[in-house]
Ligand binder design. Structure first.
Ligand code: FAD
Length: 411
């Protein structure tokens, strides 16, 4: 039987980054990916903190070289006639302040191709079916797209299978999310935006004028096209994706104005994804750990998915290297606890978005610049910086700040 130091399930961002970091430390790594790349996956707006991790994994140059990616330096918010934005270069935590909006098919392919160039074994069309972690090493059962099955041994397995949630399913680790099951309807369109009020360098998040828990994303790409989607409870957003998305977008004043010349008819399908928030009982077990979306996914509103995936990849890779070098690793204390600092901070602001306390802060009229910089840091992905008071005690700080700001209005 073939044997690797580490087998990684899935070639998304968490898979590529962990594989590159482990290879950098001299380990023999194999990535098994059931699809062929490029493949579609949702999640097109990155946060600047990602660039720090991509640099450490020696993947950032290839990303910077891709011309179809849209430069991104912040997040803009609109609600009725209110418009406000956060500039990610003006933030509390040091580190990169800019990043990109990417078509994930291209982005994920760049990362895994670069990873393969470093000497990582990458197999597309190979689906992981089972894990036996009872012995001295992990044994994975794999099926090729030709229908052949084989086994591969690993000293450690990282599950980076995203929405596939391979090990949570196989090891009975799945548990319901704390967040209600929402639905997102989305597509890509020719936006044809010429309105000078629109800033292509920022994601635009729109609060729906009637339903404050319904919001839309507009993620511009570099070629006059954008990703657009609407998120809300299934009962509010019932119907065909194309109809629901257009209706809710055109009810929002700024979107209606800037998309006046958009071409909504195009070859990109209207899609939806439902009940995507997920949670697990444990993030690690004998011979394995869970990364990125395979572990926990909160909500798309602050584009934190890839950032959390990359942070988990970086944390886990360092621990795997130590463990395989014979050190004892306390995965609960050294992986779960530090990872959850940022996940829990994001959770506070996601929940605050939907209960509208965080919207009151975002749309506040006279924000204090220092507090704005601390919030900007979190929105830029620096959710693990415990020197930021809005991370260390996120719930208490948010509720105090929301009270100070008062209830926002959309004008
Ligand atoms: P993925 O990128 O999902 O990769 C997992 C890979 O594993 C896939 O290629 C899959 O084929 C493979 N795989 C699955 N099962 C198996 C198997 N059995 N064997 C082998 N391979 C397997 N995040 C952002 O950062 N920004 C955003 O703007 C954003 N918007 C979002 C909008 C919506 C509506 C939703 C639902 C999510 C959004 N996200 C966003 C989250 C983002 O999609 C994920 O967080 C991100 O893709 C996680 O990356 P990953 O590496 O964990 O997994």
């Amino acid at each position: 039987m073939e044997k690797f130091d580490v087998v990684i399930i899935g070639a998304g961002p968490s898979g590529s980054v962990s594989a590159s970091l482990l290879k950098k430390q001299g380990l023999n790594v194999c990535v098994l990916e059931k699809q062929h790349f490029p493949r579609f996956v949702i999640g097109e707006s990155l946060l600047p903190y990602c660039m720090d991790i991509l640099a450490e994994a020696e993947l950032v140059e290839a990303v910077n070289a891709e011309k179809t990616f849209q430069f991104k330096n912040g997040a803009a918010f609109t609600w009725g006639n209110r418009y406000t934005y956060f500039d990610f270069t003006d933030k509390f935590t040091p580190g990169p302040g800019t990043t990109y909006q990417v078509r994930r098919g291209i982005f994920d392919k760049i990362l895994i191709d670069e990873t393969a160039k470093k000497g990582v074994t990458v197999r597309f069309g190979h689906e992981v079916l089972a894990l036996d972690n009872q012995g001295e090493q992990a044994i994975l059962a794999v099926k090729t797209e030709q229908g052949e099955t084989y086994q591969v041994a690993a000293r450690f397995v990282l599950d980076a299978s995203g929405y596939g949630r391979v090990l949570p399913r196989l090891m009975d680790l799945e548990t319901p999310s704390h967040l209600p099951a929402r639905i997102a309807h989305f597509t890509h369109i020719d936006d044809n935006i010429t309105d000078p009020d629109f800033d292509r360098n920022k994601i635009l998040i729109t609060t729906h004028p009637v339903h404050r828990d319904v919001w839309l994303w507009l993620i511009p790409f570099a070629d006059n096209r954008c990703s657009i989607g609407v998120v809300g409870l299934p009962e509010t957003l019932a119907g065909e994706s194309e109809v629901v998305l257009k209706q809710f977008a055109l009810e929002a004043p700024m979107l209606k104005r800037i998309l006046a010349n958009a071409n909504w008819e195009n070859e990109f399908p209207y899609r939806n994804i439902q009940g995507y928030s997920a949670n697990v009982k444990a993030l690690h077990g004998r011979h394995f750990a869970l990364l990125g979306n395979a572990a926990e996914f909160l909500d798309p509103v602050f584009s934190s998915g890839v950032t959390i995936a990359l942070h988990s990849a970086r944390l886990a890779s360092g621990l795997v290297v130590r463990q395989l070098n014979g050190e004892t690793v306390d995965w609960q204390a050294e992986f779960v606890k530090p990872l959850m600092v940022g996940v829990n901070a994001f959770r506070t602001y996601v929940m605050g978005w939907y209960d509208t306390s965080f919207q009151d802060v975002i749309y506040a009229r006279n924000p204090q610049p220092e507090i704005r910089q601390m919030i900007s840091s979190i929105l830029a992905g620096y959710a693990w910086d415990e020197t930021n008071p809005f991370i260390a005690k996120s719930e208490a700080r948010l509720s105090a700040l929301a009270e100070l700001c008062g209830t926002a209005t959309q004008d």
